[in-house]
Design a protein around this ligand. Structure first.
Ligand SMILES: NC(=O)c1ccc[n+]([C@@H]2O[C@H](COP(=O)([O-])OP(=O)(O)OC[C@H]3O[C@@H](n4cnc5c(N)ncnc54)[C@H](O)[C@@H]3O)[C@@H](O)[C@H]2O)c1
Length: 252
């Protein structure tokens, strides 16, 4: 594990109380950042903040539904008031959502996935851009997926949202480079988090593992390494790009 020297930075991580977001919170706090985690459940936030205390930096947690733009704007204002600035935003909160063929997909399922996985990333990115403009720049990392590049049966809304995340990342990178803001997206393949393990048995996870060249699904910490590099000044020439991290899934 590399120390990315985030000592002077404040990081916001949505969906920071579980899975990939929680691994990012650990990686960034370990590298010296003050970390604000946003999630839906106060108990899960409190548990994560207790874990982060070991690194000795300031932490902050807030219950926020990223699909609610007013709540997102309020949460960003809370972070600035509490931690002073925002240098890094990991727009990561997301759900798997309904799994149905396109012809059977419900209105409700479609709007739920798009509301969190696409609108939620846009609202958080927008609030982060506004905060970062005030403080002279920053780095935004949007959580896409391999399904930001290819399709997957039964995942039409998820795939549409993740393709949208890749596109909005490219646009924002061009628009806000002059503000000192870099914007990138990350595309994990299948990662062992509650998003998968709550819904899939081990036999299904084994079948998914076989679709990766490495013969396994990933760990959230492996995604956090890439996210933390993109967030850091070590990635100073990286903007507007989609970075798969997929154990070889897309290479076939
Ligand atoms: N696990 C995978 O295989 C995988 C692969 C590619 C991309 N991703 C993406 O990674 C991101 C994180 O997923 P994960 O696998 O860590 O899942 P996870 O379920 O472990 O964590 C997601 C977190 O987001 C929070 N969240 C959900 N809806 C929210 C909302 N409306 N507002 C605020 N917080 C909300 C959840 O409470 C949870 O804590 C998601 O965007 C997901 O699409 C996951």
């Amino acid at each position: 594990m590399i120390d990315y020297e985030l000592g002077d930075k404040v990081a916001v991580i949505t969906g920071g109380a579980s899975g990939i977001g929680r691994a990012c919170a650990h990686a960034m706090a370990r590298s010296g950042a003050d970390v604000s985690i946003w999630d839906l459940d106060q108990d899960a936030i409190d548990d994560t903040l207790k874990e982060l205390a070991r690194y000795g930096h300031r932490t902050h947690g807030v219950v926020v539904d990223v699909a609610d733009s007013a709540a997102v704007d309020q949460a960003m204002a809370d972070v600035v008031a509490t931690l002073g600035r925002v240098d890094i935003a990991v727009c990561n909160a997301g759900i798997g959502g309904e799994a149905s063929p396109s012809g059977d997909y419900s209105d409700e399922g479609w709007h739920q996935v798009i509301g969190i996985n696409l609108d939620g990333v846009f609202f958080t990115q927008r609030a982060a851009i506004r905060a970062m403009r005030e403080s002279g720049g920053g780095s935004i990392v949007n959580m896409a997926s391999i399904l930001g590049q290819v399709g997957f049966p039964t995942a039409s809304a998820y795939t549409a949202a993740k393709h949208g995340v890749v596109g909005m990342t490219q646009v924002a990178a061009w628009e806000h480079a002059a503000d000192g803001i870099r914007v990138n997206s990350v595309g994990p393949a299948f990662i062992r988090t509650p998003l998968l393990t709550k819904h899939l048995d081990e036999a299904t996870l084994d079948a998914l593992a076989a679709q990766h060249a490495l013969g396994r699904i990933g760990a959230p910490e492996e995604v956090a390494e890439l996210v933390t590099w993109l967030a850091s000044d070590a990635a100073s020439f990286a903007t507007g790009t989609y970075y798969p991290i997929d154990g070889g899934f897309l290479a076939k």
